[in-house]
Design a protein around this ligand. Structure first.
Ligand SMILES: Nc1ncnc2c1ncn2[C@@H]1O[C@H](COP(=O)(O)OP(=O)(O)OP(=O)(O)O)[C@@H](O)[C@H]1O
Length: 259
């Protein structure tokens, strides 16, 4: 497994409106002083809408850069060594159309394989094997715009897995999947050699992990076993917004928004 070190990471973005009448440019803090060492094979990140899950995942392959602190994958810094990090860390987006750039799934998988399989015939055979593994062979030559949302999501996952990244990061991978394909995804993830880090609102998927982080208001509100973390998250969602609750290691809940 890779060793992922998140060290004192904050992410802030500038906003147009200065806060409190100050003339200084204002910024919005998306992640606030996060620290974690991620070494388990399966890690899930749960949290309310807008809590910072996607921002956290995007840090892991340098799509988002820390405003302060650092993220290292096996010692490689995600900013300084961005290219090397992205070769190790495959990222599957929530919206597959932001990922599938070729007209058909087959071409997209072959595009992923262009570096590892220079020979055309070998590349075609490797692409077919990947497509078959996901039960996508029959859909491989259809326009990606004609695929259902779930089929596209599996196609995007196949295209990323084709190159065998060491770490697989998935942002809400089961959102568009029906029950059958959700089970296929769960079985696929369970059978991978790679380290898998995913964000999800699907608590069953979170319970499959070895470790679950609960993100709330840009901070890690709980970090524990799946059953503990999911119980914490359920309690957090049940708590009235703005109330002080002592829930395990929870901080005061100060942000608005449902779960
Ligand atoms: N580039 C940006 N500029 C300004 N605000 C941003 C930017 N990116 C994210 N945000 C804000 O940061 C917060 C966290 O966003 P993020 O996408 O990480 O949340 P999330 O937990 O993944 O949410 P969801 O479950 O709805 O997908 C949100 O309030 C979002 O609007």
């Amino acid at each position: 497994m890779a060793r992922i070190e998140i060290d004192g990471v904050s992410v802030a973005v500038p906003v147009d409106e200065p806060v409190g009448g100050s003339a200084a440019p204002a910024s919005k803090v998306l992640l606030d002083r996060l620290g974690a060492s991620l070494t388990e094979p399966r890690i899930a990140v749960v949290g309310a809408n807008g809590s910072g899950k996607s921002t956290l995942l995007r840090l892991l392959n340098g799509l988002v850069e820390p405003s302060s602190g650092s993220v290292r994958i096996d010692g490689l810094d995600t900013v300084r060594d961005g290219r090397a990090v992205r070769r190790r860390v495959g990222f599957v987006f929530t919206d597959p159309l932001s990922q599938l750039v070729m007209p058909t799934g087959r071409e997209d998988v072959e595009l992923s394989l262009r570096r590892t399989h220079r020979d055309r015939a070998e590349r075609a055979a490797a692409a077919q094997a990947v497509l078959d593994r996901f039960g996508l062979g029959a859909l491989a030559d259809q326009s990606v715009y004609e695929l259902s949302g779930g089929e596209r999501q599996l196609m995007a996952l196949a295209a990323v897995l084709a190159v065998g990244p060491e770490v697989l990061v998935l942002d809400e991978p089961s959102t568009l999947l029906d029950l059958r394909n959700r089970e296929l995804l769960r079985r696929t993830l369970a059978g991978l050699d790679q380290q898998v880090i995913l964000s999800t609102h699907d608590l069953e998927l979170a319970l499959d992990a070895d470790r679950v982080l609960v993100i709330e208001g840009g901070r890690i509100a709980y970090d524990g076993t799946p059953s503990e973390s999911v119980a914490f998250y359920r309690a957090l969602c049940a708590a009235p917004v703005g109330t002080l609750r002592q829930l395990g290691t929870a901080r005061q809940r100060t942000t608005a928004g449902g779960c």
